[in-house]
Ligand binder design. Structure first.
Ligand code: ADP
Ligand code: IPE
Length: 241
C-alpha cells in the first residue's frame, strides 16, 4: 500500500482563488493507476482552502465571523474534493470524500470507517479542511496530518507527497535561482510560509514523523508524475526522508 498526498500547490494554482489544475491532477492519477500497489489519496486545499481561511482568520476562536468562514472554507473544500472524486471515477476508482470534521473532535480521531470502505473497494478520500477543535476553537486539519494518521493505521510501504517543486531545497527555489535540491534532508533549510497549515517546513516535519514509523517518504514534483517510477533508482529526482 502507498499513501499519496496531492498537495494544494500542484492540484491548484495557490495564487488564484479556486483555480483547479485539472490536467495536472489527471496526469498524476494516470501514473498512480499504473502502479501495482494499492494506494489511498489524501489531498490538500491550495487556493480552495488557504485564501478564505486567511480572510476569516482560521484557524481561530469561534465567533460570528469565523463561523461564517468555517462554512465557506468547508464548502469550497467539498467542491475541490468532488472534482478529484470525479477524476478518480473516470479511471474506475470508486471513492468517497471524508472531511476531517466528521472523524476528528478534541484530538480524538476515529478512522475506523477508512478500513471498512477500503475493504469493499471504495477509496476513502480525505483532505485538509476545517474541523471543530473544541467548543471555543475552529481548527484546520491539514492533509499532511491526515497522511500521518493514516500511515499509523495502514502502515504503507511508502508515502508520497506531490507538490509543485522538485523536492525540498536549501531555500525557496521559487525565490532563489541558486537554491539547491536536497536529495535527503535535515532541518537545516530555509523556508518561507504563506500557508495556514505550516508550508514546506510543516511538511518536512510530517515526513520526518512518518519516517520515524519506519516508512520512507518522498516529495515529488507533480508536474512530472512519471518520476514516481524512478523511486529507489539513481536517476530519481525528488527528496527522500
Ligand atoms: P503543498 O501545497 O504541495 O502541500 P506547500 O505549498 O506547503 O506544499 O509547499 C510547497 C511550496 O513551498 C513550494 O511551492 C515552494 O515555493 C515553497 N518553499 C519554500 N521554501 C522551500 C524550500 N526550502 N524547498 C522547497 N520548497 C519551498
Ligand atoms: C489545508 O490543507 C486545508 C485548508 C486550508 C482548508 P493542506 O495543508 O493539506 O493543504 P495544502 O496542500 O498545503 O494546500
Amino acid at each position: 500500500m502507498i499513501i499519496v498526498k496531492l498537495g494544494g500547490s500542484i492540484i491548484t494554482d495557490k495564487t488564484k482563488y479556486k483555480a483547479f489544475r485539472s490536467k495536472e491532477t489527471e496526469n498524476i492519477i494516470k501514473e498512480l493507476i499504473k502502479i501495482k500497489d494499492n494506494f489511498i489519496i489524501v489531498h490538500g486545499g491550495g487556493s480552495f482552502g488557504h485564501i478564505m481561511a486567511r480572510k476569516y482568520n482560521l484557524p481561530g476562536k469561534l465567533n460570528k465571523n469565523s463561523l461564517e468562514g468555517y462554512t465557506v472554507v468547508h464548502n469550497d473544500m467539498v467542491e475541490l474534493n468532488i472534482k478529484i472524486s470525479n477524476l478518480l471515477l473516470k479511471y474506475g476508482i470508486t471513492n468517497i470524500g471524508i472531511p476531517p470534521s466528521s472523524i476528528i473532535y478534541n484530538n480524538k480521531k476515529n478512522y475506523n470507517i477508512f478500513k471498512k470502505y477500503f475493504s469493499v473497494n471504495i477509496m476513502p478520500v480525505s483532505y485538509g479542511d476545517v474541523y471543530l477543535k473544541n467548543e471555543n476553537y475552529l481548527g484546520i486539519y491539514s492533509g499532511d496530518n491526515i497522511v500521518y494518521d493514516l500511515s499509523k493505521i495502514f502502515k504503507p510501504e511508502k508515502v508520497i507527497f506531490f507538490s509543485d517543486v522538485d523536492g525540498i531545497y536549501d531555500k525557496n527555489p521559487k525565490k532563489y535561482n541558486d537554491a539547491k535540491l536536497l536529495k535527503t534532508v535535515n532541518t537545516d533549510f530555509k523556508s518561507d510560509n504563506n500557508d495556514v497549515t505550516g508550508g514546506i517546513m510543516g511538511k518536512y516535519m510530517t515526513m520526518k514523523k512518518i519516517s520515524n514509523l519506519g516508512i520512507q517518504t518522498y516529495l515529488i514534483n507533480g508536474f512530472y508524475p512519471q518520476r514516481l517510477n524512478l523511486i529507489d533508482n539513481n536517476e530519481f529526482i525528488g527528496t527522500v526522508v
